[in-house]
Design a protein around this ligand. Structure first.
Ligand code: 13P
Length: 249
């Protein structure tokens, strides 16, 4: 059976006081969730705080991005090794906001993916199409290109230590969720693409859905055969909502 995961992506939200309140509320709310892993991906400055509050509590944490380089003269960047120092289990790479707003190309994302693996963390690789790409019929091409870049850099076997997240750009922060059938179709496509390289890796690869997941729509999405959990933005900032999504899985 594939492992199941719900990961919160806080994006650039929170402060010391609100994080403390959110994390402390999540601990009792998630205590009963034993068949799925729950994680929060927090802004870099709060990794130490998150580690301090969550260590030993059965909830994992991670970063939202890493630099593709290991160390050196890269002012303002944070390496995978640095986030690993704070007990992270996960690091997101290739989020559409990084791709669209900060210029992360497929090649850069592939290097970031390799950097995360190198320090022993689990990359959460995000892929997804824009509305224009979906409507013009190139959705599968775009997603294949995003997945293939990582396979070209690290090999298909490397996906055996990773998590994928399908996040249609048009569903992120818009309140417009992909239907379970739309999401399932793309998840099956991604799994098939990986299976062309390595069937066993494809079978074991957790593929999360992200894009306006809420407590009210999570169960229908998670019921689909190839949806193994969720990557949650806005709803991960509200303890009860995030906990309800984790319980739905
Ligand atoms: P929302 O859940 O706010 O749509 O964000 C999804 C996302 O981008 C998670 O990485």
């Amino acid at each position: 059976m594939r492992s199941k995961l719900v990961a919160g992506n806080w994006k650039m939200n929170g402060n010391l006081a609100s994080n403390q309140a959110l994390l402390k509320s999540l601990i009792p709310l998630l205590a009963s969730v034993t068949r799925a892993r729950c994680a929060v991906c927090v802004p870099y400055p709060y990794l130490a705080q998150t580690e301090q509050i969550l260590r030993g509590q059965g909830i994992s944490w991670g970063a939202q991005d890493v630099c593709e380089y290991e160390h050196g003269a890269y002012t303002g960047s944070v390496s995978a090794g640095m986030v690993a120092d704070f007990g992270c289990r996960f690091a997101i790479v290739g989020h559409s906001e990084r791709r669209a707003l900060f210029g992360d190309t497929d090649a850069v994302v592939a290097k970031k993916f390799a950097a995360v693996l190198k320090v022993g963390l689990t990359p959460i690789l995000c892929v997804g199409e824009t509305l224009a790409e979906r409507e013009s019929g190139v959705m599968e091409q775009v997603i294949a290109r995003q997945v293939d870049a990582v396979i070209a850099q690290s090999g298909a076997a490397a996906l055996g230590q990773a998590v994928l997240a399908y996040e249609p750009v048009w569903a992120i922060g818009t309140g417009k969720t992909a239907t379970p059938e739309q999401a399932q179709a793309v998840h099956a496509f991604i799994r098939g693409r990986v299976a062309e390289q390595d069937i066993r890796v494809a079978d074991g690869l957790p593929i999360l859905y992200g894009g306006s997941v809420k407590a009210s729509n999570a169960a229908q999405l998670f019921a689909m055969a190839d949806i193994d959990g969720g990557l949650i933005g806005g709803a991960s900032l509200v303890a009860e909502e995030f906990a309800a999504i984790c319980k739905a899985l």
